[in-house]
Design a protein around this ligand. Structure first.
Ligand SMILES: Cc1ncc(COP(=O)(O)O)c(C=O)c1O
Length: 370
């Protein structure tokens, strides 16, 4: 570009290419990519089983008490002003009181830092921990925002595996092998995204013991605890006691209040039961393997060898979108190639419809059907 005096000038801004790959690693971007395969003109409704947001479905309608509380707060005109950027004091006080009910010690409002959603909490925590030379241990599969933020801040990320055969428990031996004197923290996601499991008290106690031995902080991302169904109890973080530093990110109550300023959901039906009622998983065992009793999502392993014309999880999801108008999340974006994440945060009849369509897709592409 020329400036007014005929001299060549260059724009002073440009892409930070060291972040390009981190930016691509996003569930939303991957789902948009899958959705681009949807065929126009399919008269059937699109069934979104790739997302984790049930708010559009009436069976997950937020409780009226919570809705009224928001309306009352807005109408009171007490809060229509700048607030302290660590959170409104009365909210911090209420959260500290509430969380203390599960703990062997008492939190004070100063222990609470409110953010606009868990993503901002991740940004804040990672930027605080990213001192030169430090590293952090992340779960695989995991939530891609951690990889993106660590890349952004130059904090080295090391990965430990979650073990499908053990209900997605953490491979604690791997954690011990990875940790060194520069390890600042390990992240646990519980209830887990993407695997959908909830850790047992016993396993959390082992995590606490390991963290104590290694001298590392535990960052507990609990964003989905409002979405656990069935037999999976919420496991109080009190198991960590006062001897391991624990930073809890995410939702602050069981089922109805979630981080930041957003409201949670209450399930008035149990969509999880549909997997059992429709015998979906039994009938699909040639193609898909499930290894755990899920809390929010079902993580299933794709048996590519049994399918004609399907190369991998991304190919499966793209063709499924095109032929059946069903959206699933490919495991690759979460660190698990050839796995699929299926959510049941959707109304039961759509879930049933979606599972039927997945079934006919697999049967149509089955090698044995040729
Ligand atoms: C494990 C995990 N952490 C963090 C987030 C981000 O939470 P928020 O949407 O509140 O920013 C999500 C959202 O899906 C999540 O699943």
């Amino acid at each position: 570009m020329e400036n007014g005096e005929g001299r060549e000038v260059r724009w002073g801004f440009g892409e930070n290419i060291s972040l390009t790959s981190a930016g691509k690693n996003s569930i939303r971007a991957t789902l948009y990519e899958v959705m681009s395969s949807l065929k126009e003109g399919d008269p059937r409704p699109v069934i979104p089983l790739g997302h984790g947001d049930p708010s559009t479905f009436p069976c997950f309608r937020t409780t009226l008490v919570a809705e009224d509380a928001i309306v009352d707060a807005v109408r009171s005109a007490k809060y229509n002003c700048y607030s302290p950027n660590v959170g409104v004091p009365s909210a911090k006080y209420a959260i500290a009181e509430y969380l203390s009910r599960d703990l062997p010690y008492k939190l004070s409002p100063d222990d609470i830092f409110l953010t606009g959603g868990c993503s901002q909490a991740i940004e804040v925590v990672i930027s605080v921990l990213a001192r030169p030379g430090a590293n952090i241990l992340l779960p695989r599969p995991g939530f891609p925002a951690y990889e993106a933020r660590t890349a952004f801040h130059g904090l080295e990320a090391q990965h430990f595996d979650l073990i499908p055969e053990k209900g997605w428990e953490i491979d604690l031996e791997a954690v011990k092998a990875l940790a060194d004197e520069n390890t600042a923290a390990m992240v646990i996601i519980n209830p887990n995204n993407p695997c959908g499991n909830v850790f047992t008290y016993q396993h959390l106690a082992e995590v606490a013991e390991t963290a104590r031995e290694l001298g590392i902080m535990v960052i507990a991302d609990e964003v989905y605890d409002h979405l656990t169904f069935g037999n999976n109890p919420f496991i109080p973080m009190g198991v960590f006691g006062e001897t391991v530093p624990v930073l809890t990110l995410g939702s602050i109550s069981k089922r109805w209040l979630v981080p930041g300023w957003r409201l949670g959901w209450i399930a008035t039906t149990d969509p999880k039961g549909i997997f059992k009622e429709t015998k979906f998983l039994d009938s699909m065992k040639n193609f898909l393997n499930i290894s755990t009793d899920p809390a929010t999502f079902i993580q299933v392993k794709l048996n590519v060898a049994c399918l004609e014309d399907i190369h991998d999880d991304i190919d499966f999801c793209s063709k499924l979108a095109k032929e059946e108008s069903v959206i699933l999340c490919p495991g690759s974006v979460l660190g698990l190639k050839n796995w699929l994440r299926i959510t049941f945060a959707i109304d039961p009849s759509s879930l049933e419809d979606g599972l039927d369509r997945i079934k006919s897709f697999c049967q149509r592409h089955s090698k044995s059907s040729k």
